[in-house]
Design a protein around this ligand. Structure first.
Ligand SMILES: *Cc1c(COP(=O)(O)O)cnc(C)c1O
Length: 452
């Protein structure tokens, strides 16, 4: 199908529509690297990010009470920043190209993916607001929020969400643990084990014919008809976005602890898998407020579902779907199989994002395999989407042009690269073995398909 898309760069647009892997760098990026300052009508800034981080902190004692797996971390839902010298070598990053780290959200507790950040934050905010309004607790003391009285209140309310899987897992687990009635609307292609895991926790799973966007629309419509239902809107929720953004503060502390400096002489490059754009957008928003022009965030999308890049390229303001340009949205990266981006995340990131690249499924499997062989990192295909990033940046024509334009080509020896791994903890072993085996052999030729 052809479209009326008014795209700025024909070469990039053609590659995108052909489903060829590509790196796009952002000509709209402003010199101070700052993102948009509004979410719809609402002004947003670093204070909002800090307030999401402080909500997680306030809830930590409650979370460690609800989830035994959080006792050790005292209720903190966070992931380590891993030093990965073997992977650095395997991804062809030469010493002169900088150092590589992995931000290991693939192991985030409770949800097993990056969705633990946004999804849990939104449910906590909803629970906190309800409990305070009903006199069960105050914002200084949330201890009663896991009490019988609170559960009784919450059992009168429903939390609903539409999801390809991971957001549903996150929302379903936290909402049901607090005592909410919980409904997850899933697309027909969502993985069976994710549906099973939710049903085992008493969550109602509704399956919808059609894709992720259809599941979201159905969930939204059903929830809107019920005043006691809170719909977690993956495409438009500020609470989700800020929950993700809080990760930036933690990453800054982790870089500090590692002795990593980020300034004009020491650029930071961050590569994050992208679906609707809420998770990578939130993180990039937070990082831009902390590091300004010295952080460069690149989003990674499947070649079959590059909805965020498509929306950035589109100047008509219609927020197109990947189907409009003849793409299939068929990818094994189920966490990223999204036909249409979050319009709000796109508009916040338009002036700040450094670039975006697309990844064929073969690369995802190759990287699932490489991550295990090199560093014993066990990830799902979606979580492997960012691994092509450092190579695109340092070895492709488009990447080198970006570095030269920003005056960074001579600073790369002191650069830091962070690959965000976004999911995998709860993938059943048999399923994981299938992904891993598909990556054997592909790993050797992984760069052949990367054009210039
Ligand atoms: C959802 C998800 C992402 C991307 O998040 P969006 O907010 O949809 O952009 C990345 N990786 C995994 C594993 C996910 O589940």
């Amino acid at each position: 199908m052809t479209t009326q898309l008014q795209q700025e760069n024909t070469e990039i647009s053609l590659a995108l529509e052909e489903g060829d892997p590509l790196l796009w760098t952002n000509p709209m990026r402003v010199s101070n690297g700052m993102p948009g300052a509004t979410w719809g009508d609402r002004k947003i800034d670093l204070e909002d990010v800090k307030s999401a981080a402080s909500r997680f902190k306030r809830f930590a004692p409650v979370l460690s009470q609800l989830f035994p797996e959080l006792i050790e971390s005292k209720g903190t839902i966070e992931s380590p920043l891993l030093v990965v010298p073997v992977l650095e070598h395997a991804l062809d990053l030469a010493p002169g190209d900088g150092r590589l780290y992995v931000k290991a959200d693939h192991g985030l507790p409770i949800a097993g993916s990056i969705k633990a950040r946004g999804g849990i934050h939104e449910v906590l905010e909803f629970a906190e607001t309800l409990a305070i309004a009903n006199g069960i607790c105050s914002s200084d003391d949330l201890s009663a929020i896991a009490s019988q009285k609170a559960r009784e209140l919450f059992s009168d309310y429903q939390v609903a969400v539409g999801s390809t899987g991971n957001l549903g897992l996150s929302i379903g687990v936290i909402a049901s643990a607090l005592g909410f009635k919980t409904t997850v609307h899933m697309s027909s292609d969502a993985k069976a084990w994710k549906k099973d895991r939710l049903r085992n926790r008493g969550v109602t799973v509704v399956e919808h014919e059609g894709d992720y966007a259809a599941a979201v629309a159905a969930g939204r419509a059903e929830s809107e008809a019920d005043p006691r239902s809170h719909f977690v809107d993956d495409e438009g929720s500020l609470s989700l976005f800020l929950g993700y953004a809080a990760a930036a503060l933690h990453l800054r502390d982790q870089l500090d602890e590692e002795g990593v400096v980020v300034d004009a002489e020491h650029p930071l490059f961050v590569y994050i898998p992208c679906g609707v754009g809420g998770a990578p957008g939130g993180i990039a928003f937070g990082l831009a407020h902390l590091f300004g022009a010295n952080v460069h965030c690149f989003f990674a999308e499947p070649t079959a579902s590059p909805c965020f890049l498509l929306s950035l390229l589109d100047k008509s303001g219609s927020n197109p779907s990947v189907y409009d340009v003849g793409l299939t949205n068929k990818t094994e990266a189920d966490g990223l199989a999204v036909p249409r981006a979050s319009e709000r995340a796109v508009s916040v990131m338009r002036p700040a994002i450094a670039g975006a690249f697309t990844v064929p499924d073969d690369h995802l499997f190759a990287h699932v395999h490489t991550a295990m062989v090199c560093e014993s990192i066990r990830i799902e295909p979606s979580a492997a989407a960012a691994f092509d990033g450092p190579h695109w940046l340092t070895a492709s024509v488009a990447g080198r042009r970006y570095l030269a334009e920003k005056g960074l080509d001579t600073r790369m020896a002191s650069a830091t690269h962070v690959i965000w791994t976004t999911g995998g903890l709860f993938v059943p072993e048999a399923e994981y073995q299938g992904f891993y085996r598909r990556g054997v052999g592909l790993a050797v030729s992984r760069w052949d398909a990367i054009g210039e």
